[in-house]
Design a protein. Structure first.
Length: 530
């Protein structure tokens, strides 16, 4: 980045992948921002430090334990003043898209508004500032939150027990599969090594089963996007350990034969694992336990509105049937008659949980997620949670029916969808695909939908509005997507280079993924080296 003596660049900079019409590269209030290394001076810092005594440099006798490990060369980090640092990260943040800025139509991922009440409660003293190694008697309130949330999850799912410690959905999947593995080994059937996974299941399901040491076999889907029940039943046998099924599935459809599938699986001595990532579509209306499910993880961010990922570890509690509950992981909470809550952590044969397969995490789970989820549940109540699922399904069907004449909707004839609507790129002009529609949406001010997933649909566009979006917001999105889709169907060549109004234009995403540039190199030093 060259700047002449007057402080102005001698040529128009490149912004958004094109020559910028402004000297600065700024587009009105959308400010162009250089890399932090290009702003700062590595010879200075934004704060003053006293000179280090010689022992800290490994040059003197005692005074430091670093010895020869002490740094002897400059660290090379840019030195910024406070206003420079604040402006840098504020400008970058304005180039981000977040749920507090607008609608996130990501199907499957479920990005929805997180009520500020949840955040306020999660930050209360006694929740936000506790340590996992504190004595149990000093954290009775926090353990009470975990215990009460566990009770709610059991009631809402109609299950027998719950493991609270898994840190994410896939982590929960592994927990459920390990419970199944432990149960099979306990009854002397460790020879069962096959897990059946339908095509309409989440992509992490086969990976989880393989990681746990099982062989994965696919079960095809029917033309209407649901599990081929006949093919599943035909494959069941004494070598099958479990079936991993997603319900509602990734095509946005409810598996109507779920109870029949569970009965058939149980009849051959196997177990049913349900991917509960889409529980937000049925919470308050359907109890998975009534459908014969043995284990199911719940993504708290999807159903009970905790931050997606939680700024670190997420949370994926696993509800368990009576058959699998004894094999669940430690630790877990237990409330006694006198009101005292204990954290059961031992694995010896004489304790209350002798058949556990062990631990999933070092401690009890993600406290912040538990607190937010319970706040969401209590603020809604049982009737409110039922409305959550009803509104999520209503919004998804509104999008499906509003766009089915504009975009190809492969399963529109299968009946109402659940929480997400699925479209394909069939019908677009030759040479145009899903990615062109998605990039066009960015110019309209929307984050793109989930692309190319599920794999059972060519050029899939999976849209999940969630229950938190208003009709006005959905109408605006529908209008934008309809406009972009019509342009793609008409062969509007400008879509091939979209987005045009974003801070950066279309990137070579394949090259960026395969050969990412992760280290900044000073151009001046590079030229000198040459």
């Amino acid at each position: 980045m060259s700047i002449n003596a007057s402080g102005w660049r001698p040529e128009a900079p490149v912004a958004g992948g094109k020559a910028s019409p402004t000297v600065t590269g700024n587009k009105g209030l959308m400010l162009e921002e250089a890399l932090i290394f290009e702003i700062g001076d590595s010879e200075t810092t934004g704060v003053d430090f006293a000179s280090s005594p010689s022992p800290l440099r490994g040059e003197g006798p005692s005074g430091t334990s670093l010895g020869s490990l002490a740094r002897t060369t400059p660290i090379g980090l840019p030195g910024l003043s406070e206003p420079e640092a604040v402006r840098h990260y504020t400008r970058l943040s304005r180039q981000n898209y977040g749920i507090d800025l607008g609608f996130f139509p990501l199907g499957s991922c479920t990005m929805k508004h997180n009520p500020r009440l949840n955040e306020k409660v999660a930050r209360l003293p006694g929740f936000a500032d506790i340590h996992p190694l504190q004595p149990v008697d000093t954290v009775q309130g926090a353990l009470g939150v975990i215990n009460e949330l566990a009770v709610w999850l059991i009631k809402l799912t109609g299950m027998y027990g719950v493991a609270m410690s898994p840190k994410a959905g896939a982590h929960g999947e592994l927990c459920g599969i390990l419970c199944i593995k432990a149960a099979l080994e306990a009854r002397g059937e460790g020879h069962r090594k096959v897990v059946l996974v339908p095509e309409s299941a989440h992509g992490t399901n086969p990976a989880t089963a393989a990681f746990a040491g099982f062989t994965v076999e696919d079960i095809p889907a029917t033309a209407e996007g649901r599990v081929d029940t006949a093919a599943l039943k035909a494959r069941l046998g004494p070598d099958v350990a479990a079936v991993m099924i997603t319900n509602p599935n990734t095509c946005g459809l409810f598996e109507r034969d779920m109870k029949a599938i569970s009965d058939a699986v149980h009849a051959v001595g196997a177990y049913v694992y349900c991917d509960g990532a889409n529980f937000n579509a049925i919470v308050g209306r359907v109890r998975p336990g009534d459908l014969g499910i043995d284990a199911m993880h719940i993504n708290l961010h999807k159903t009970f509105s905790t931050p997606h990922g939680g700024g670190g570890p997420g949370s994926g509690p696993v509800v368990l049937s009576e058959a699998l509950a004894p094999f669940g992981p430690l630790p877990f909470t237990a409330r006694y008659a006198d009101g005292h809550i204990a954290l059961i952590e031992e694995e010896t044969a004489g304790d209350e949980h002798p058949h556990t397969f062990g631990r999933m995490t070092a401690f009890h789970g993600q406290m912040g997620m538990f607190t937010r989820a319970l706040t969401y549940i209590l603020s809604h109540g049982a009737d409110g949670l039922r409305q959550v699922s009803e509104d999520a399904v209503l919004n998804a069907n509104y999008i499906l029916r509003s766009l089915e004449k504009t975009l190809d909707a492969p399963f529109a004839a299968s009946g109402p969808c659940m929480h997400e609507a699925l479209f394909s790129d069939n019908g677009l002009a030759d040479g145009f695909s899903t990615i062109d529609v998605a990039k066009g949406l960015i110019d309209e001010g929307f984050h793109p939908m989930t692309m190319y997933f599920p794999l059972v649909v060519h050029g899939a566009m999976l849209i999940e509005p969630t229950e938190t979006e208003s009709k006005a917001a959905l109408d605006q999105f529908i209008g934008a997507l309809r406009s972009v889709a019509e342009r793609a169907k008409a062969g509007d060549i400008s879509l091939k280079s979209a987005p045009h109004f974003a801070p950066r234009s279309r990137l070579d995403e394949t090259l960026a993924a395969r050969k990412p540039v992760l280290i900044w190199k000073d151009p001046g030093l590079a030229q000198a080296a040459e």
